[in-house]
Design a protein around this ligand. Sequence first.
Ligand SMILES: Nc1nc2c(ncn2[C@@H]2O[C@H](COP(=O)(O)OP(=O)(O)OP(=O)(O)O)[C@@H](O)[C@H]2O)c(=O)[nH]1
Ligand SMILES: [Mg+2]
Length: 196
Amino acid sequence: MNRIVDAALITSTGKLEKLPEPTLPEVAFAGRSNVGKSSLLNALCNRKGLFKVSSTPGRTRTIVHAEARLASGQKLYLVDLPGYGYARVVREAKASWAEFMQGYLSTRATLHLVVILVDVRRGPEEEEAQLVAFLRERGLPVLLAATRIDRLPRNQRKPALQILRQKVGADVIGTSATERMGLDELLDTIIERLHL
Ligand SMILES: Nc1nc2c(ncn2[C@@H]2O[C@H](COP(=O)(O)OP(=O)(O)OP(=O)(O)O)[C@@H](O)[C@H]2O)c(=O)[nH]1
Ligand SMILES: [Mg+2]
């Protein structure tokens, strides 16, 4: 089975020119602030504090690159993107955030997949629809991670994933970072999509 055996932070930056050289295939994790991006990345890497998890939403303003090594020896970059949709961020900051993110998403040559996290109880909203449309336009594959699946009663999980799949028109994997659910399936799918 595929597993991440080692992971290390490489950069955390708010500037496109400071990103690491595009030498490894990479997958980026995007989603609303506080949806659980950093938590999911830590769970995938089996590392508690590698990516900073915060109870204050909207803290991460940088793009964080971690280098991960698979049991096969293959390496890839896992990328934690700044969260969007945090109401208290002033308009000016929102504009520069959008520019930074669009710059990254549209120019990063080695970016092969974007995992969009959606709280399974909240479902996709305007921001997710816009992001999916933007990525499709650019020709970047999208995968949905329906997070906090642990918070849904067992019998509601499958139907919720099905609705999400239909709404967005992309593959959906139910995940829980805290209960460690869906992690193997998510990693297997990432590896498959990155042709690793
Ligand atoms: N129950 C449950 N809680 C989760 C899960 N994933 C994350 N959380 C909690 O959600 C909160 C936010 O998690 P983060 O990983 O910091 O969220 P983020 O998307 O990185 O947030 P920003 O960096 O602000 O964009 C933390 O308190 C986590 O413990 C999950 O799968 N289930
Ligand atoms: Mg975060």
